[in-house]
Design a binder for this molecule. Structure first.
Ligand SMILES: [Zn+2]
Ligand SMILES: [Zn+2]
Length: 184
C-alpha cells in the first residue's frame, strides 16, 4: 500500500482521512496515531482544561485548609513543638492510609464498569496531559518518565474509574499531582 495515498478512519471523528492527516507514531501498526491531528489536539486540550478547572478549585479549597491549619498551629503553640509535630505526623499517616483505602474502595465499587486500558492508552495518544510531553511506553516502571495511569479528576474528589476520566501520564507527573492531593 502506498503510504501517501493510504487513508484510514479517525477513531474519534470517524472521518476517513489520508495518513498525512495523522501524527506519526512509530509504534502503531500503520505508523500513525489513531486520532487525526485536529482530534488529537482537541483531546489533549480538553483533558488539560478539565484538569486546570479541577486544579483551580483545589487551590481555592487548599487555601482555606491552609488558613485553618495555621489557626490550629497558633492554638497548639502552647504545646512543645516536638509534641505537636509528632501528633501531626500520626494524624497525617492516618490520612494517607485513609486516602489509599478510599481509593481502593472506590475502584472496587466501580469495578462493574470494566475499563479497556488499551483504549485509554490509544486515547492518550502517547501524550501526557499534565506536561504535554510524549510518553515512551517502553520505559519500565519506576522510571520517572514511564507511563502511569491517572484519574484526571481524582477518585478522592469524586472522579470515577471510567475510561472518560482516565488518561496516561508520566509517573513523575502523576506522583507530583498525588503529592499535592496529600499536601495540606
Ligand atoms: Zn478525527
Ligand atoms: Zn508528564
Amino acid at each position: 500500500m502506498d503510504n501517501l495515498t493510504a487513508s484510514k478512519i479517525c477513531s474519534k471523528c470517524r472521518v476517513d482521512k489520508t495518513l498525512a492527516e495523522f501524527n506519526k507514531q512509530a509504534k502503531s501498526k500503520d505508523g500513525h496515531e489513531y486520532y487525526c491531528r485536529p482530534c488529537k489536539r482537541e483531546y489533549v486540550a480538553s483533558n488539560k482544561k478539565r484538569y486546570s478547572a479541577y486544579s483551580q478549585k483545589w487551590h481555592a479549597e487548599n487555601a482555606e485548609r491552609k488558613a485553618k491549619l495555621q489557626r490550629a498551629w497558633v492554638g497548639a503553640n502552647s504545646q512543645s513543638k516536638a509534641e505537636w509535630q509528632s501528633k501531626w505526623k500520626s494524624d497525617n499517616a492516618e490520612r494517607v492510609r485513609e486516602y489509599h483505602n478510599r481509593r481502593r474502595a472506590l475502584i472496587a465499587g466501580t469495578r462493574a464498569e470494566v475499563v479497556d486500558l488499551g483504549a485509554v492508552w490509544e486515547q492518550s495518544q502517547a501524550a501526557c496531559y499534565i506536561c504535554c510531553e510524549i510518553i515512551d511506553a517502553d520505559l519500565p516502571h519506576p522510571d520517572r518518565m514511564s507511563k502511569s495511569l491517572d484519574h484526571i479528576i481524582p477518585l478522592s474528589r469524586g472522579g470515577l474509574h471510567v475510561a472518560e476520566n482516565l488518561a496516561y501520564v508520566h509517573l513523575i507527573c502523576n506522583q507530583r499531582k498525588n503529592a499535592r492531593l496529600l499536601d495540606l
